[in-house]
Design a binder for this molecule. Structure first.
Ligand code: 5GP
Ligand code: MN
Length: 342
């Protein structure tokens, strides 16, 4: 079992002892873990008599749209019917999934902050979670939030609560956050949990294909272009960075999610220790960072890009031009290197 304090599980059990209005929110640019974890909690909680609304700040990638019940998710940016405000007005409980700070909700954070009556629950695996939650499940040692959610749901409601729908939702979270069970924190407990999911009869090759072999042609060509033309290296080929402007993305018929995962590819080079991807958004540049082993990009993101995440996968933002962002990255890498950190 993952080490979760019994007192916290009991506190959550008490909160859920009678039918509640629950809002589950997750981070901006939602990924497979954010969507899978939110939907799995919603599914099981609805089955136990609760009214649940799931909300994310902006759209999730098209290759996650096949996930069962994903159409139920309210996209706050396009929420013309004000379903979010309505649900928040009635909410007894707000669950923040796969995020460690309200600021990760961006446009949605003010609406959440405005609700002062609901109990707040954190279910997350990022480092350095912020204060202010009534019940806090923070497991940075967990490879995904979905694995933590699995553990919580089984503790609360037993393995019977994990239907094939829930198993599919959780498997997507585990698979995507571990790079198909290849990254760090792969514990025997995780594989036991995956075995339990598999035992519900879910179709694992189909889940894999739905996520990883469902891209557009534009995405494949953009990927080739990014690696071939835009990947630059520093420190004798041990640190990489890439960038994409809005114009470049448009050239390849960019759709939300198309550049996810590109940042991992420089690390397929044996001697590479750290990789960065800068992608232009409206009003800022999104920074994605990945590293190998002891190189700590959570610390790097916090120090130089006002962000955070995990030791080997982190992100942040830059509010200066692409050229200035890249210059700042190069200078930051040099400083980090001088301190022996990369
Ligand atoms: P990605 O590169 O996939 O967007 O993000 C990698 C990791 O860094 C994720 O765990 C994500 O939550 C975290 N992350 C990405 N962007 C930010 C950010 O702006 N602020 C913080 N604190 N974490 C971020
Ligand atoms: Mn996650």
């Amino acid at each position: 079992m993952m080490n979760i304090e019994t007192a916290k599980i009991e506190a959550l059990r008490t909160l859920l002892a009678e039918p509640r209005n629950i809002v589950i929110v997750s981070h901006t640019n939602p990924d497979g873990d954010a969507i899978g974890s939110s939907l799995a909690m919603a599914e099981v909680m609805r089955a136990h008599g609760h009214k649940v609304t799931t909300v994310v700040p902006n759209r999730f990638p098209y290759y996650l749209e096949w996930i069962p019940r994903s159409k139920d998710i309210v996209i706050y940016r396009f929420d013309k019917e004000h379903r979010t405000e309505k649900a928040l007005g009635e909410a007894d409980i707000i669950i923040c999934a796969d995020m460690s700070a309200l600021s990760r909700l961006e446009d949605l954070s003010a609406a959440i902050a405005a609700n002062t009556h609901a109990k707040r629950v954190l279910v997350d695996h990022h480092l350095n979670p912020e204060e202010g939650f009534d019940v806090m499940f923070s497991s940075p040692e967990s490879s995904s939030t979905a694995f933590l959610v699995y553990t919580l749901l089984v503790a609360l409601y037993g393995k019977e609560s994990i239907t094939d729908v829930v198993a599919t939702q959780l498997y997507v979270g585990m698979m995507t956050d571990t790079g198909n069970f290849a990254f760090s924190n792969l514990t025997p407990e995780l594989f036991r949990a995956a075995a339990d999911l598999s035992a519900t009869g879910i179709d694992i090759p189909t889940i894999y294909n739905n996520v990883y072999n469902s891209y557009t042609e534009g995405r494949a060509r953009l990927f080739g272009y990014t690696i071939s033309r835009k990947m630059k290296t520093l420190l004798k080929g041990t640190v990489a960075y890439m960038s994409l402007t809005e114009e470049e993305m448009r050239r390849f018929w960019f759709q939300q999610g198309d550049s996810e995962g590109f940042v991992n590819y420089p690390l397929t080079v044996k001697k590479m220790r750290m990789s960065a991807m800068f992608s232009e958004q409206q009003g800022f540049i999104r920074v994605s960072l990945r590293s190998r082993g002891e190189v700590d990009v959570n610390e790097f993101a916090r120090r130089y890009f006002n962000g955070g995440g995990h030791r080997n996968a982190a992100g942040g933002k830059s509010f200066v031009s692409m050229d200035e962002t890249i210059q700042h990255y190069i200078a930051s890498v040099e400083e980090y290197h001088a301190e022996g950190l990369v």
